[in-house]
Design a protein around this ligand. Structure first.
Ligand SMILES: [Zn+2]
Ligand SMILES: [Zn+2]
Length: 239
């Protein structure tokens, strides 16, 4: 995990935002690249050569470091490649014609894309702007990433039963007036139950707010489910 903070970024606190590196042994795929993720990449995984970056949506806490990644040639195994929806791409690459066409991969709800030994499948979530969640399969392993979402996201069957689900939990306990486009700990627990991953990683906690309270709440709501709290530098392995 190169970064996991949600919704804001305070450079003084040194909490890099959403960015998750998946390495399969064959390829390397980055899921989002929010504020601070490029520095984390250089500090934590400087030897890794990327095959693609998937951007879930155009909020800065998911995309701020994109230009640094795309323009640093020696971090790529081959040419840089960017995967996003048409709506996201229109915001993050406003002049796509200046880039080689093969660099940009446009994906939408229910579409699939193969990259090295990764198979990616996308699902539109409920958020303030068009946002894609992704399910990444590699060999017998599967990782789901919710991106940012409200509780009314309806995901397709392949998202169920993954090895790891990275699920946003922006809110501690929902109060009147809170955004319907994010999850609180109880809603995240319901989603975790429905996704039924072996391990659910709680992420996108705003800096200065308590991740451990969200973790306690999730364990209270779903005592039989394995929850972990995302932290920058956390590494999960698949055996
Ligand atoms: Zn976000
Ligand atoms: Zn967002």
């Amino acid at each position: 995990m190169l970064g996991c903070a949600g919704s804001s970024y305070d450079p003084m606190l040194q909490h890099p935002c959403s960015s998750y590196l998946l390495e399969s042994g064959v390829g390397a795929l980055l899921l989002d690249c929010g504020y601070g993720s490029f520095d984390s990449y250089q500090a934590l995984t400087p030897e890794t050569r990327l095959d693609a970056i998937f951007v879930s949506h155009a909020h800065r806490d998911h995309v701020a470091d994109l230009e640094q990644f795309m323009t640093t040639s020696d971090i790529w195994r081959e040419a840089p490649r960017l995967i996003a929806s048409e709506e996201t791409m229109a915001v993050i690459v406003p002049t796509p014609h200046i880039l080689p066409a093969e660099m940009l991969v446009l994906m939408g709800d229910a579409q699939q894309f193969q990259l090295e030994n990764f198979i990616l499948e996308f699902s539109t979530t409920t958020h303030q702007m068009p946002t894609l969640a992704v399910c990444v399969s590699f060999g017998a392993r599967r990782v789901v990433y919710s991106g940012d979402t409200g509780s009314s996201w309806v995901f397709p069957p392949p998202f169920v039963g993954a090895d790891v689900a990275l699920v946003e939990c922006t809110l501690g306990h929902r109060e009147h007036g809170d955004s319907p486009y994010h999850l609180d700990a109880q809603e995240m627990s319901v989603l975790a139950r429905e996704l039924a991953a072996k391990r659910t990683v709680i992420t996108h906690v705003p800096p200065g707010e308590s991740g451990s309270l969200r973790l306690e709440s999730a364990r209270r709501h779903e005592p039989d489910r394995e929850f972990l709290l995302a932290t920058t530098g956390l590494t999960l392995t698949f055996n």
